[in-house]
Design a protein around this ligand. Structure first.
Ligand SMILES: [Zn+2]
Length: 218
């Protein structure tokens, strides 16, 4: 993925490059009705309040998962939303349910680069949806989030083939360069959460907790 032009502080020009890249790797712009429909079905579980003016991208896997990228760019106004009241995110949706959600991407340096890499990785994961490791099952696994640790993994519950559920790592067979990129972000997430914990702060930026209760309009 050619991403050098996405480095640095996010600008409108970078967004245009991001747009080209998203289309090149198979995403398309979400149409207005699609945004409205997908967000209203998630019933407020979308990471934050969305006005529908912003640009979203979608890629739908043959196995039924949709990867949705939210950018903070407002196409009609040719600008990015104001810093502090906005962030990007990547979600994976199936059957109108939220299967996966990234931590917010704050609009700091390399914003579009980080968003593009997560878009690519999320797409890769659902595109390579693993099948169950049990040889008498081999069913497609689904995205599962562990209750306690909040860790994502692949899971299969086919009781006819195996009594206990089977699991595979969320990074199953992910290319090594993508894995090392995830490690960097995960370690920064751990530090970020730890720092917030020590300072007694909520890890969710104020702008989101404030907007969360509003109804979603598209
Ligand atoms: Zn199975």
């Amino acid at each position: 993925m050619e991403t050098l032009h996405l480095k640095g502080f996010p600008t409108w020009e970078q967004f245009l490059e991001f747009d080209k890249l998203m289309k090149k790797i198979g995403f398309r712009l979400m149409i207005r009705d699609e945004i409205r429909e997908s967000l209203s079905r998630l019933e407020g579980k979308a990471p934050r309040h969305v006005t529908g003016k912003e640009v979203g991208y979608i890629w739908i896997s043959p196995f039924g998962y949709s990867v949705i990228i939210w950018t903070t760019a407002i196409w009609q106004e040719k600008r990015l939303r104001d810093i502090g009241e906005d962030a990007g995110w990547v979600i994976i949706v199936k059957d109108n349910k939220l299967s996966y959600c990234t931590r917010y991407f704050m609009r700091t340096g390399n914003f579009f680069l980080r968003l593009a890499r997560y878009a690519w990785i999320s797409k890769w994961k659902v595109e390579h949806n693993p099948s169950c490791p049990c040889e008498s099952c081999l069913k497609m696994m689904y995205i599962y989030r562990k209750r306690g640790t909040r860790q994502y993994m692949w899971r299969c519950d086919n009781r006819e083939a195996h009594q206990a559920p089977t699991f595979r790592s969320w990074d199953y067979e992910l290319p090594p360069n993508a894995k090392s990129f995830l490690e960097v972000r995960r370690s920064s997430t751990r530090k970020y959460n730890q720092k917030n914990k020590e300072e007694g702060k909520s890890p969710i930026p104020k702008a989101f907790t404030r907007k969360r209760k509003k109804t979603i309009k598209a």
